[in-house]
Design a protein. Structure first.
Lengths: 221, 368
């Protein structure tokens, strides 16, 4: 493999990492609170705001059921508004973030709903406010599940980030298509795939490690 | 002698907890019909008392205990704690009330993500205590429940009994005046149950905290409760000092709850051959209950002399009913129903509680 190709590989890898982490980070910033709201505003939950719960739920479902590639094109005006352009790696972060928010929200909701209701009752009996229940009980107890969910979201983002190459987003996917496929360089394609596999491995292992560290529940293994 | 309490009851001061004509109706929902969980329940709990509520599942115990810290609101009636009607409390007033009432649970409800120390500290954090205050309160509490060496462990590393000890320490962290126990020993084995009950008794004596507990195990009532209320289908069917309720149960449910305990006292051959009708030449089995040991022996020997019969002593046991002696004697009175009833009259006249459990045939005459 030539020097240029190696440099291209390195550059594309960094672009992918950049897209995934910024999109994942911003996605978590919005997705985690949304997930908490979803998990606590149902008609049997702490805050009992079923209207809010249903509205957010509907939007989340809407975004999640839109195919990613359509989402990318559909939100071009928003992308332009945020980044000033609709082409390039930074521009690609916008649709990636938009796609990850509902995903992270649902995963957070599920992790929080897993927490034993007896703990909510115990905290209520201690005189905790609903916000204290959320931040002192529900979030710490759901943390292992939330971390595993975030890991899953990151892995999915790695896949999505390869797709935005199709609309000029850069990254490993873009490299694979342009060099590996269009210029018939199978070794580039192979390298791209191997790097992607490694990235997924690293993210998955790291996430699991983190989740295990904060998980103090009895383990059966 | 009478079944007076060993504890001085103060008739002047008002009860700490008063439930007055409480009804709780869960309205009809899609999945179930209207449920009357509690039906005109009234009871008073005095300061420093251990008050037990016993009943089968679905009797309304859970709802009843949750009225006290307002996890449940009554459909009608009043919950008065320390002369304050708490049913109208909301917001901070309600949270302050809850901080003055500790609660422990059947399944402990500890946070798996926090250490023993942090679990006990949680109510204090919620109340906004500083780190140093927390340390000052939590460490002696861990000492009290015997878990000082486990302070940095996580709940998953503890046994059931140890988890409940953490639960108790946590419930005591805000120095509550009331401790609510929701089937606190039902998930524990008998041995651990005994040790947790001992701890509760100890806490009641040492800290003077009022304890209200619900249970389906008669042992819990017998071991530590001063007062007992029997709940059936949302109504209190019997209520009184544990000692007198045990000695003289009035309601069928109470009898059946105590029956197992009595049955276990009967010798094997008596238990298998006991019948409700007398058989010719057989004997009647009487259960005599006494508190304190002094009065009984002369009564039984006088009984033998007066009726000119041989009294068979089949079984005798002095139990400890939360500290005071509680004796049970099973005696066989040879003869027919008439003799048995004479014996009952005689024993009753000496202020002991007695009941005819049944009759056994002749061949058991020499038993015991």
């Amino acid at each position: 493999m030539s020097q240029t190709i190696l440099e291209l590989l390195a550059k594309s890898t960094l672009e992918t990492i950049y897209m995934v982490f910024i999109a994942g980070g911003v996605g978590a910033l919005f997705g985690l609170p949304l997930g908490i709201i979803l998990a606590t505003t149902g008609s049997r939950d702490l805050f009992r705001l079923p209207f809010l719960s249903r509205s957010i739920g509907a939007i989340v479902n809407g975004v999640r059921s839109t195919p990613f590639i359509i989402l990318v094109v559909a939100i071009i005006p928003l992308t332009r508004l945020v980044t000033g352009t609709s082409i390039g790696t930074t521009a690609a972060i916008v649709p990636l973030t938009i796609a990850s928010i509902p995903f992270i929200a649902r995963i957070t909701e599920a992790a929080i709903r897993e927490v034993d209701r007896g703990l909510i009752e115990a905290a209520t009996a201690m005189g905790a406010t609903p916000l204290q229940i959320i931040f002192k009980v529900l979030v710490p107890e759901a943390l292992p599940g939330i971390l595993l969910g975030l890991t899953l979201a990151m892995v999915s983002l790695i896949g999505y980030a390869a797709m935005v190459g199709a609309v000029g987003g850069g990254g490993l996917g873009d490299l694979g298509i342009r060099y590996g496929y269009q210029r018939f360089m199978p070794e580039v394609m192979a390298a791209v795939v191997i790097i992607l596999i490694l990235l997924v491995q690293i993210v998955q292992t790291g996430g699991e490690l983190l989740a295990r560290r904060v998980n103090h529940r009895a383990r059966s293994d | 002698m009478s079944f007076s309490s060993d504890r001085q009851r103060n008739g002047v001061s008002p009860p700490l907890i008063r439930l007055a004509n409480i009804s709780k109706i869960y309205p009809k929902s899609r999945s179930s019909d209207e449920v009357v969980a509690l039906n005109d329940v009234s009871l008073d709990v005095d300061r420093g008392e251990i008050f037990g509520i016993i009943g089968k599942s679905g009797a309304g115990k859970s709802t009843l205990i949750r009225l006290i810290n307002q996890l449940e609101q009554p459909t009608s009636g009043q919950v008065v704690i320390d002369d304050q009607d708490v049913t109208s409390l909301t917001g901070d007033g309600l949270r302050n009330l809850r901080r003055s009432i500790g609660m422990i649970f059947q399944h402990f409800n500890l946070l798996s993500s926090k250490t023993v120390f942090d679990n006990v500290a949680l109510p204090l954090q919620i109340a906004g205590a500083s780190r140093s205050e927390i340390k000052q309160v939590v460490e002696p509490l861990l000492e009290l429940v015997g878990l000082s060496d486990k302070r940095d462990r996580y709940p998953a590393e503890l046994s059931g009994g140890q988890k409940q000890r953490v639960g108790i320490a946590r419930a005591l962290a805000t120095r509550p005046k009331i401790l609510l126990c929701d089937e606190a020993t039902s998930a524990l084995d008998p041995e651990t149950t005994t040790s947790i009950l001992q701890l509760l008794l100890d806490i009641n004596l040492r800290l003077g905290i009022t304890i209200v507990l619900i249970t389906h195990e008669i042992k819990v009532i017998k071991d530590i409760c001063h007062q007992v209320a029997v709940l059936e289908q949302g109504r209190i069917v019997e209520r009184g000092e544990t000692l007198s309720v045990f000695a003289q149960p009035n309601h069928d449910l109470t009898r059946s709850l105590i029956a197992n305990e009595i049955n276990n006292e009967l010798p094997e051959q008596v238990r298998t051959s006991i019948a409700s009708e007398p058989s010719p030449g057989g004997q009647a089995i009487l259960r005599v209950v006494f508190t304190g040991t002094a009065a009984t022996e002369p009564v039984i020997s006088r009984l033998a002399r007066r009726l000119n019969i041989d009294v068979n002593i089949l079984y005798g046991r002095v139990d400890r009913l939360r500290g005071s002696a509680f004796g049970v004697l099973l005696i066989g009175i040879p003869g027919d129903q008439e003799v048995a009833l004479k014996a009952v009259d005689f024993i009753t006249a000496h202020h002991l509680f007695v009941e005819v459990l049944g009759y056994v045939p002749n061949h058991l005459r020499a038993a015991g």
